[in-house]
Design a protein around this ligand. Sequence first.
Ligand SMILES: [Zn+2]
Length: 249
Amino acid sequence: MLQDLALALRLQALDRKIVNLENEIATLPKHIAEIERKLESHTRRLEADRAALTANQRERKKLEGDIQTQEQKISKLRDQTLQAKTNEQYRAFQNEIAYAQGEIRKAEDRILDLMEQSEPLDKNVKAAEVELKRQQQHVEAEKKIARERTAADKEELQRTQAERDAIVAQMTPAFYRDYERIRKKTRNHPIADATDGRCDACMIALRPQFFQDLRRGDKIMFCESCGRILTYNPVVDVAADVAASHQTA
Ligand SMILES: [Zn+2]
């Protein structure tokens, strides 16, 4: 097999590996941003529950103050009742007392409602605090994994690039330029196999004469339809080559 072709097959395997590593390196920060967004939504929910609980407590405090005011008013009215000069005055004081007592009952009823509502709110806040803590730990663990993974990927990428450079150095420059041009056009799949008489990338059947020339294997040939570099019974197994590049990495 032509040396350039054998090198190109190894190069293609490395180029796919490089793309995968680059994709993974680019994906990890997005993954982190996504889990951080989830954490934010947990934080917001907790803040909403806390705000509801605070509002509930504030209203209760205000109502308790109102009750005190009404009680003071009642005791003042009772004193005034004792000094009433006429029946009208007396009834007027009694009415005011009854009104204040009604206000106190309303406030007490409302306080009971608020106490009932605060129980589940309090539970929500406590549960949300526990959940948030758990989520924060989860996010930290995920971030650590992502950082380690990224560092390992970057190292692996550097090693693979170096390996690639070494292969490129052995290739005929003109052929390498062809390889690069086709690689960019075919999204890292510049080589196709035509062992069974058709290009396995674009599926076109090769002309008999063209196929015979390819089988002779004395020159590099390109698919007349899609332009890919063609192999016939490649000696270098792509899968084995990928495995080998993993082992040396
Ligand atoms: Zn083709």
